[in-house]
Design a protein around this ligand. Structure first.
Ligand code: FAD
Ligand code: N01
Length: 542
């Protein structure tokens, strides 16, 4: 049977926030677009990651779309950090409010995307047999959308209940009366552990590397505060876009004027620095990492913050041996994504929680009945994996993407991702990546970065339409310059010392390259705007 090929202006892969917003803007431009999504609903991250305790760590009023003043006024967030079901409900609301679903094919995975040298367009195929031709292909496949299973022998042998944080079932999961084990103490594990501990008979946490976590200080939102904040929403949104920060904004009702001037460690006495950290700890959230302006640049400033958190762990956790195990010492604070928790360290004071360090004695295997460490099996009814993602490049390289003359993206990126601005790849004309490697992406409030990328791409497509240009391609020299700039910026920070998924260090055989751009969302936006102002410097059109 021959497959009918459908033709569109743009094909979009992924219906998380990035794919949804791209579709909306393309429609406004009058272009035809089709979206393919592997899941059976919109929401991406918030569709897949339904584990107990999942919520955002950027404040709800900042972690939301800004493109529609009506949407931001009408949507009501219930908590300072919205829980996953509420963010998913928001994504669904957006899809309905802007009538997006009719162009999205759910439960459909794009398997290949090939550039056609003769017709100068993209040919995509899916696992459901679609064949689509589009002038442009937009990858909105997500930075954290490919679950990473640990290479522990026997994972498939476990006979009890088995869950992965990033592929959580749709139906409610009960831990009542059960012996539960969890592997993974990154952001997902740290959010899930306190909630599972509340319900399980016993919870055993298998920890290889402790992570730094700061209290979220989550709470229900006060309606008066929200009403006041919303009066200034536009100004707050503008603030999220500027400076060398990550686009998280602040909680002041009155919008600040311009970017925050960082206070450096060298300008502070020990007492002043401690007080600043104490205040940040008390007010809660990931903003702790920017409390002292050079915490992520200066080893001494970082050590000061590390020791502060170590003290907090020791003050919170009663058993000092457990506290010692929970204190990270192998990476500067913040060089692995800082975790934001509710009662994480407190959970280790519970009688029904035990911590097993598998740093020196790695998990040998998973058996039918539990987890074996040092020859001993901890018997479990339920095993939860919160072992992370093949981040940033995983979803792109899972697709057979071929550019000019059949060049495979996986070959081009064999030594690590190479991209111009994290937006486009030389030799892959008319292909855009939203929050691709080389852009601030995972170091930022992703909604800010997604909107900025989509808006830049829409401006570019509008420019091309106006000038009747058919093809845009990143120049190899511009790409080389950008890749080395991204590396230079990373090397000015402590990030490369983190050994984290930012570097691909959690995936065997993955090249070790610091993938996101660390200069902040404001600085990055300026670069992109300058590229546009200089008639798309670094790109070739025809
Ligand atoms: P995603 O939401 O990942 O969506 C990508 C979609 O593409 C997925 O639905 C996937 O199924 C689909 N897809 C991928 N490949 C294919 C294919 N070949 N064919 C078809 N479909 C495909 N960021 C923040 O800024 N603040 C936070 O508080 C925050 N919290 C997070 C919490 C968790 C648990 C996780 C995992 C991430 C969090 N992030 C957070 C990052 C989060 O990924 C982004 O904020 C944002 O949701 C990404 O949206 P996206 O549309 O780019 O990608
Ligand atoms: O994944 P991770 P995550 N034996 O890679 C461990 C975002 N996010 O899903 O560090 C034992 O951080 C691994 O140990 P180690 C956020 O950007 C945000 O938790 O490799 N352990 C580590 O502890 C975040 O950074 C939120 O030694 C093994 C864990 O698994 C990103 O997603 C919430 C192991 C993986 O941690 C990823 O977070 C959730 C093994 N063989 C996620 N293999 C918010 O709060 C792996 N591990 C906003």
């Amino acid at each position: 049977m021959s497959i009918k090929t459908e033709v569109f202006d743009v094909a979009i892969v992924g219906a998380g926030f990035a794919g949804m917003y791209m579709l909306h803007r393309l429609r406004q431009m009058g272009l035809t677009a089709i979206v393919f999504e592997a899941g059976d609903d919109v929401g991406g991250t918030w569709y897949w990651n339904r584990y107990p305790g999942a919520r955002c760590d950027a404040e709800s009023l900042a972690y939301s779309f800004s493109f529609s003043p009506e949407l931001e006024q009408e949507w009501e967030w219930s908590e300072r950090y919205a829980p996953q079901p509420e963010i998913l409900a928001y994504a669904r609301h957006v899809s309905e409010r802007f009538d997006l679903r009719r162009d999205i094919h759910f439960e459909t995975r794009v398997t290949s995307a090939h550039y056609q040298d003769d017709s100068l367009n993209w040919h995509l195929e899916t696992d459901k047999g679609h064949s689509v031709v589009a002038n442009f292909c937009v990858m909105a496949t997500g930075c954290l959308s490919v679950p990473q299973l640990p290479d522990i022998p026997g994972v498939q042998d476990f006979k009890g209940n088995f869950y992965q944080a990033s592929m959580w079932p749709h139906d409610p999961v009960s831990f009542k009366g059960q012996r539960v084990g969890i592997i993974g103490t990154g952001s997902s594990g740290i959010q899930a552990i306190p909630v599972i501990a509340e319900e399980a008979d016993h919870l055993t946490v298998f920890q290889r590397t402790p992570n730094f976590s700061v209290p979220a200080k989550n709470e229900p939102l006060d309606q008066n505060w929200v009403d006041e904040f919303k009066k200034h929403y536009r100004a707050h949104r503008e603030n999220h876009k500027v400076g060398n920060g990550s686009g998280f904004g602040d909680l002041n009702i009155e919008p600040r004027e311009g970017p925050i001037e960082p206070v450096l460690r060298s300008q502070l006495t020990d007492e002043e620095a401690t007080q600043i950290l104490e205040d940040a700890w008390e007010s809660g959230g990931a903003r702790f990492m920017g409390a002292i302006g050079d915490q992520l640049m200066n080893e001494e400033a970082n050590r000061f913050a590390m020791e502060f958190v170590h003290r907090k762990i020791h003050e919170t956790v009663k058993d000092q041996e457990t506290a010692n195990l929970l204190c990270p010492t192998n990476h500067p604070i913040g060089t692995r994504r800082i975790c934001v928790d509710t009662d994480y360290y407190e959970t280790y004071n519970r009688k029904n929680v035990s911590l097993v360090s598998v740093k020196d004695n790695p998990i040998e295997k998973i058996t039918e009945h539990g987890v074996m460490v040092n020859g001993e099996v901890t018997e479990l009814d339920t095993l939860v994996l919160a072992t992370g993602f093949d981040a940033m490049t995983g979803a792109l390289l899972n697709i057979d993407i071929r550019g000019k003359e059949g060049l495979l993206l996986s070959d081009k990126w064999h030594a690590g991702p190479r991209s111009y601005l994290g937006i486009a790849v030389s030799d892959f004309p008319n292909l855009f990546t939203i929050t691709g490697p080389g852009s601030p992406s995972v170091l930022s409030n992703m909604l800010v970065s997604i909107e900025q990328h989509v808006e830049w791409m829409i401006d570019c497509l509008t420019h091309m339409k106006k000038k009747d240009l058919k093809v845009i391609e990143a120049q190899p020299q511009a790409e080389d310059r950008w890749v080395s700039h991204v590396n230079d910026v990373a090397n000015m920070t402590l990030f490369p010392k983190g050994g984290s998924w930012y570097l691909g260090a959690n995936v065997k055989g993955k090249p070790r390259i610091f993938m996101p751009y660390a200069a902040g969302v404001g600085a990055y936006r300026e670069v992109c705007d300058e590229v546009t102002a200089k008639d798309y410097e670094g790109f070739t059109f025809h």
